[in-house]
Design a protein around this ligand. Sequence first.
Ligand code: PEP
Ligand code: MG
Length: 756
Amino acid sequence: MSAVAAARLILTRLREIMQARTHAQGKLNQVVEIIGDSLHSEVCSIYLLREGMLQLFATRGLNQSAVHVTKLAVGAGLTGTIAQNIETLNLAEAATHPEFQYRPETGEEKFHSFAGVPIVRRERAIGVLTVQHTEPRRYEEVEIEALQTVAMVLAELITNAGLVDDESTAGLDAAHAGQEVLPGLQLVKGLAFGQAVFHQPRIVIEQTVAEDIEAERQRVYLAFDRMREQIEQMAGQAEFGVDGEHEQVLETYKMFAYDEGWSRRINEAIDSGLTAEAAIERVQQRTRMRMREIQDPLLQDRMHDLEDLSNRLLRIVSGQLGTAASLGLRGDSILIARNLGPAELLEYDKRRLKGVVLEEGSLTAHVVIVARAMGIPVLGRVRNARGLIREGDQLLLDGDGAQLTVRPAQGVLDAFDARLTRSREKQASYALMREVEPFTRDGVRIEVMMNAGLRDDMPMLSLTGADGIGLFRTEFQFLVSAALPQRDRQTRLYRDVLEAAGEKPVVFRTVDIGGDKSLPYLRSETSREDENPAMGWRALRLALEREGLLKVQARSLIQAAAGKTLNVMFPMVSEPWEFDAARDVFESQMDFLRRCKKTLPDAVRYGVMLEVPSLAEMLDVLIPRLSFISVGTNDLTQFLFAADRGNPMLAERYDWLSPAILRFLRRVIAATVGHPVQLGVCGEMGGRQLEALALIGLGIRRLSITPAAVGPIKELVRKVDTREIGKAMSGWLASPPPNMRTAMLEWTARHDIEVE
Ligand code: PEP
Ligand code: MG
């Protein structure tokens, strides 16, 4: 008999039992009879997990007096091993297995052969199904397959009857029991505590045994069609995530989606009497079990992809399509996902979303930029996070230490609590700085502004007491939209932002998209991919060629700022003519609106971001046309050092406190002296205390930084004497110390300036 026929025979009989109104114990007693009978086994037993122990719950062939008496620890004996490792055992001679334990009360000494399969629910064993035989022979593959299929159906019966509860489940699987620390890559720093929530929740399979096999086959067939369509669509608009990585994943998706072996196995499982959902899960379980035996990381990654796809298929077939966002977060939560798009992140309730853990992710991924703006810590590159973490697990996300503690022990929790409290106290003390004006000890007023990009960032302006928005990244709206934002939507956003800012200035940066911040709806315009996205067709380069885009943005900004001052800043200006061309676009929009008798801004101030080193050589030419310059140290340093800012291998290689950068900045500052042009720094560098001190030492008087840094930087400013640090900086730049950071730290210690 084939595996399919064997399983089908058993399932047909099981279905009747499951539908009967007998109590659960009665059902299990019948189940062991049917299975034993069908597989010609003298013994068939079911062990269930109760209070952390595997209890013999029903048996045919062993002593009935052992039922509810024989209990095995997880990991003990053959049954315990099956549960612990979630593996199948098939032995001609049970006693030869190193884990074999003899339980006299069962009377099992006369049985030689032994086979057992785990009863799995949500990837965890909740029990074990075993068969035994007097004659020493291994069970055939078809019999094992039939047992595994039956175990799936049993999992449903057992859970529905409430025979094992969730708490006891937690005790079973050692791999999922104790504390575990998973390393990752810090993408957004910070500490967070909450329960694990999967971005894509696990599917609950409600029915495992099919009523109508033909109908189930049809359902899977349609689901495959839908899934293939979705993948083709994704390939057509590949966007979020690291480019190369993402494409590889899509390729693998495609390979599996069209893999005949996979669909055939699912169909066979349906033939054996399972519903479409159960069949997909059955095949997935089998793959998982096989994978446990293979250690090759490349293959494991592949399997990860298959798992993803299998879940997608399950979601389609079961109609359970929503993400955790649509279900709503219930308490403090840490989101677990392979990867996310920025729009998906923004769908979550910000009050409850405390952190994000990604299996992929990189520093420049859009979702990370948005999370940083939202102040949500993100840990990336956590390998197999979705396999190692369970929904509902307690998690401690330590962005600063680049690690995630899963199911933390009490001691760890206490220590973390203390750290969290300290960091909150610190935050609270910074909040007290809100009303404090940042004057240095020698009376120099440093402007401390904040960076923003979303409407939701605006409340931070009054919460931090920042002097204004020194950089509003308008591309965020583009990144979180499915299509190019229309003019009225842009105008509305800019107007809201200006209104929220009140009297405080806002500097709008025109879109910095293209390159690594590519948009699916713009990509079709470019036939080729940039090999070097950061140095590619991005920001103003793109905007000047897509003049329509810049025009729409110009008009939106001008109209939003009617009757107010409009500060416009152009990103990635590399030569003065680019600035002129961009300004012309704005000026012609002003003319147009003037002719239309629209109210115009009271003043328009133009500025550039200094991010490309070539511009520093041309400042004398450009400065007379500028109201302000903002140094974007994020991009500037990657160009100065020729070191990709998104490459984690280089993340710690070059220091912002390098004499090369500081000397460069000093030259820029010198070029502005005597000109009525405002000079500031808006890169991440300015948000760190020691780096900010260096900038002040160079003569920078305006910083625009991430909101969380406003308090700490104000605190620093009040401890500084600009003359002292200015003098020290001149000395260091004239003859650079071997390590600038060390030299500065020694200096701060001598001057009683505490830096983080
Ligand atoms: C910069 O490059 O320093 C900057 C502030 O802009 P962004 O980080 O958005 O590229
Ligand atoms: Mg930049």
